[in-house]
Design a protein around this ligand. Structure first.
Ligand code: ZN
Length: 301
């Protein structure tokens, strides 16, 4: 499952080709992905210009010039491939990934040049998804925040809104473990298992500690939640700068693998020495709510 930094990396990779471009033609090569495509999907998208490409949690939002938003989710194994005159020269991973997976190319956007009045297609963005857990929906921009996908969604973990005071409000009186509270999408949206493990390790906080334990006016608690909020933003931002992250199925929009996985400090490092200076502990794995938690019991309290 791609995590938020990967989706943000995908957004940044697609934006130069998509923003300001007109969808000259939309090809759907099957009737559905995880869900059926929207009614008259091609008709509604073709001819529209993409005003902006943004992201909310792990959803990509392409604002069309008629007020509809094309909402896209990558599911487990979805990826986008940009093909234009320049990118066709990219060697290595790109060519390999493309030829291997062509039978899983399900949706093809044929795009005009961004900002151009010409309707000649100069680029293609191809959605590929072997396992087909991804999906696409059309939602009016005016109804987006009240749409079932977004109505109960918590705040974005990237950006200045997430700070210690916000965590104080979200976690107040909560006896659930910090790990579970941070994964609760109704509180903070788009934060996944890997980055919760990393942020807790970086903050020196035990994943089993009650979330409400870092709330309240005491100076020590205030420092802990400030540290946690900063750590969350840092691990996400570093992952984005490193090119996304992880997982077997996931590639950047240019086809190369993200490499942030090599710098995880806790996630996936069971049995390895903790990297906290002077700690001397060992990273352990435990299972919380059915998910692997990697942590250092020595320095995470
Ligand atoms: Zn440690």
């Amino acid at each position: 499952m791609p995590e938020l930094p990967e989706v943000e990396t995908v957004r940044r990779g697609l934006a130069p080709s998509l923003e300001g471009a007109r969808v000259v033609k939309l090809e759907c090569r099957r009737p559905d992905l995880r869900f059926p495509f929207p009614d008259r999907f091609c008709e509604r998208v073709e001819g529209r210009r993409v005003a902006a490409l943004s992201r909310r949690a792990k959803y990509l939002l392409a604002d069309l010039d008629d007020g509809e938003v094309l909402v896209m989710h990558l599911g487990m194994s979805g990826s986008f491939r940009v093909e234009d005159a320049e990118d066709s020269h990219l060697p290595g991973d790109f060519a390999h990934a493309r030829s291997k997976d062509e039978k899983h190319d399900h949706v093809v956007f044929h795009l005009s040049a961004p900002g151009s009045d010409s309707d000649a297609a100069v680029a293609r963005i191809v959605y590929n998804d072997p396992r087909r857990f991804g999906f696409m929906q059309m939602v009016p921009r005016a109804g987006l925040t009240s749409h079932p996908l977004f109505a109960a969604m918590g705040l974005e973990p990237l950006g200045n809104r997430l700070d210690g005071d916000v965590l104080d409000g979200l976690f107040r009186d909560k006896r659930t473990p910090l790990k579970a509270a941070l994964l609760d999408q109704r509180l903070i949206a788009g934060l996944g298992n890997i980055y919760v493990c990393e942020a807790l390790w970086r903050s020196g906080l035990s994943p089993q500690r009650a979330a409400g334990d870092i709330c309240g006016p005491q100076r020590g608690r205030r420092a802990l939640r400030e540290k946690l909020a900063l750590s969350i933003r840092e691990v996400l931002e570093e992952a984005i700068l490193a090119g996304g992250s992880t997982l077997r199925d996931h590639t950047q929009t240019d086809g190369t693998l993200g490499y942030f996985q090599h710098s995880f400090a806790a996630y996936g490092r069971e049995g390895e020495p903790c990297r906290t200076p002077g700690c001397g502990g060992t990273i352990e794995r435990m299972v919380q709510s059915g998910r692997s938690t990697f942590h250092c019991p020595t320095c995470q309290r």
